[in-house]
Design a protein around this ligand. Sequence first.
Ligand code: EPU
Length: 419
Amino acid sequence: MEKLVITGPTQLKGEVHISGAKNAAVAILPATLLIDGICTIENIPNISDVKLSCEILEALGAKITWNTPNEITVDTRNITTTKAPLNLTSKFRASYYIIGAMLGRMGEIEVGMPGGCKLGARPIDQHIKGFEILGADVTVEKGKIYAKGKKLKGSNIYMDIVSVGATINVMLASVLAEGTTIIDNAAKEPHIVDVANFLNTMGADIRGAGTDVIKINGVKKLNGNATYSVVPDQIEAGTFMLAAVASKGDLLIKNCITKHLESITAKILEIGGNVEDYGDSIRVWCKKRPNKASIKTLPYPGFPTDLQPQMGVVLSMADGTSIINESIWESRFQYTEELNKMGAKITAQGKTAFFEGVPKLYGAPVYSSDLRAGAALIIAGIAANGVTEVYNLEHIDRGYENIEEKFRKIGAKIERIKE
Ligand code: EPU
């Protein structure tokens, strides 16, 4: 078992380089299945969810070459099976993209029910509804999903819920369908635009990604023979922005798209932090105890649920009582119990949590319940007095590349220790 041992407090200072976006990469990799050719993907984050996506592609017959730690070439000319390995697909959430991509490519697929972080119920009814409207038959039984639809036909699909996964998955299934698909009430996250840009680079005809209506004109074939660079990770950038505030530090966060960070910037300014926006980098610093705030997580461009725990750490030390309303996931306050072990005073009731700000947190052994909870606990450990041990690192390694090295370079006293 591994743990991170953090000795605080440290005021983080210096420059940090943001990696490619996890949630774009784990969709772009399955999207390569739609290409009957070879493509190269740059700025791939070297994280365990990406490695898992690559293993699934390889099991389906794709050839993957790592050119550098952050660049791969994928050859999908020879897809040999329509059965994705159940042990791999049930390990993480984004394996559901294999369904949309393989319906498009092969007209058939069997996968395990997607796993991933335990954030409460994670239904996929909107994905299935979309596939069925396009003409596929979908059966879910005994932990497996079986989808078949040899000739998908473009259609109009209204999403009952704004869903990142369902929007991308239906987009994947309709790229090679006959005719035009319109996805209404689509999600607008930057990684949706990135997946559409990737597919368009390979020959797809997708318009309107980034708005709530996406139009996909089906094409006969995607050719590949192109190189694509994954968008910078908005959530990783936001994690370091909030780490700067929580540690009363001063960070220059490089290789990000600051337009994607507006909801975070606005909240940091509201609580008394400082932000300078340079377009592709952003400086964040904070010299005083932050003010209290009220936050509600919302789909993009609202405040992202994936930064809620990191913001929770900041508010746990703010002046006054803050409220966070989590509107996306039913069970994303598990980290508050861990912060309370560090001296925080947080009461979580269902989807709402009250943060009675304390002046200081104190080091303690804590357990990450999911990816973003893990990032939040690292930030708490850096800001806290004394030694914090963070356990369950497998969650953190799913989505953050070289996290302890990046924090160490900006001053944190953090070590990964094997027990
Ligand atoms: N929902 C349904 N039915 C569906 C799909 C979603 O009811 O068919 C509900 C969900 O239960 C949730 C809401 O709709 O309440 C939004 O879910 P969404 O589908 O947008 O989430 P997702 O695609 O499963 C992605 C990210 C999550 C991130 C959410 C919200 C990936 C692989 N995961 O999940 O990322 O929290 O969007 O932005 O892209 C993370 O990176 O830590 C993470 C959990």
